[in-house]
Design a protein around this ligand. Sequence first.
Ligand SMILES: Cc1ncc(COP(=O)(O)O)c(C=O)c1O
Length: 440
Amino acid sequence: MRNPLSNPHIGLLKYGIREIVDTAQKLGELDSNFKFISENIGDPIAKGWEVPPFLKEIIIEEVKKDGDKVFGYSHSRGLPQARKWVVQYGKRYAPSSTLDYEYVLFVSGLGAGISAMYHMLPEGARVIQPTPSYPTHASMESFAAKKDSISYNLDPNNGWQPDLNNLEQQIKEHPEITGILVINPNNPTGAVYSKETLEKIVQLAEKYHLMLISDEVYFRMVYNGYHYEQLTEIAQNRVPLIVMRGVSKDVPWPGGRCGWLEFHNVNLDPDFKAYAEAVKKRVLMEVCSVSLPQFILQALYNHPDFENWIKNYNAELEKNGNYIAEILGNTKGMQVNRTNGAFYMMPLFEEGLLNDKQTLHLENESIRTFIESEVNKPNFPLDQRFTYYLLAKTGICVVPASGFFSPYFGFRLTTLDRDDQRRKSTYGTLSQAISEYLSS
Ligand SMILES: Cc1ncc(COP(=O)(O)O)c(C=O)c1O
């Protein structure tokens, strides 16, 4: 008899950010008047951001200059000139960096890099995840390990900073922990970490001989008076460190699928070097990552309009985020931390406020029947129940915090919407829906 095709660990792969879109699609089929308002995905294009003209011009110029070359395969680890650029450019932010371009690996989006990293860990080695977590990290790490993730808490009562006592306790309790993942600025919480916090994380890595993985894909998106502290600089010559950066969030081009992994301090630890070589091998199996963005990296980041673009981007994100934080922060029953970096916020329901009887009135019978059949499934998380009713009643699509492996009930939204009127209307409606739901 044939072996089964279904993977018994598939339940470890969760991506609530997109799973809720299937529910929205079903609602659209049931009611042709259903209007979907996407607050779930961090895609600037979907939220009305135009691709800056300078980026389009650079792409056109590149195709003219290098011709058909840009359509071909590139070096399996990334074009040497692009990897050398990563090294040189990184020194602007972390002057003491000794990164070698042979330890820079281009990947087709950090999503692909995340998968490669965790799958090349030796059996039994675990990377502790923050919770709430970005689901690709938590899912891929646990899927590779064939076990639930091990996590440390981000503290909503301390501006979503990592709970370092909890982190150390988990490290002590789980000797299989080999690395610590840090996502800063953070998705899904919008927090930016202080220098003291990062220094303490490096000290923990030193004390327990762990490697650090620093997902810095949002490092340019920092505002509200916050400053991005470079972990590369703090960890220099102290601990093995993988830095993850990319193009997806710097300009509205997430479909360009361009990210890279930087292996810092490889000479500190032969075992870390061997792991870096293993990840290189895994990347080699993919032939190459998307070529075009690699050709234009230098022109993009050195363009005279780039810094201005980032400045305006941050100014808008700050304005949008603070507006939303104010409305939801003034909504009874919610605990809200402002967004200080990236473009997400995770408002929480105050403890004990949610139950499995709460509803929003749904007039359309087929929609009501569908939603009821979904939310009454066994073990349906209480915050997911809220997001389903919200979606069905208002069309507003946010992602339940439970979709981010969160120990607290709440939801994640994006602060990307550029349209002031629409934002006002969306969050006014959301605030009202929360009040109705909590008092139902
Ligand atoms: C923290 C974090 N890491 C990685 C990614 C994946 O980025 P990419 O588009 O490069 O795959 C995202 C995407 O939202 C993210 O939020």
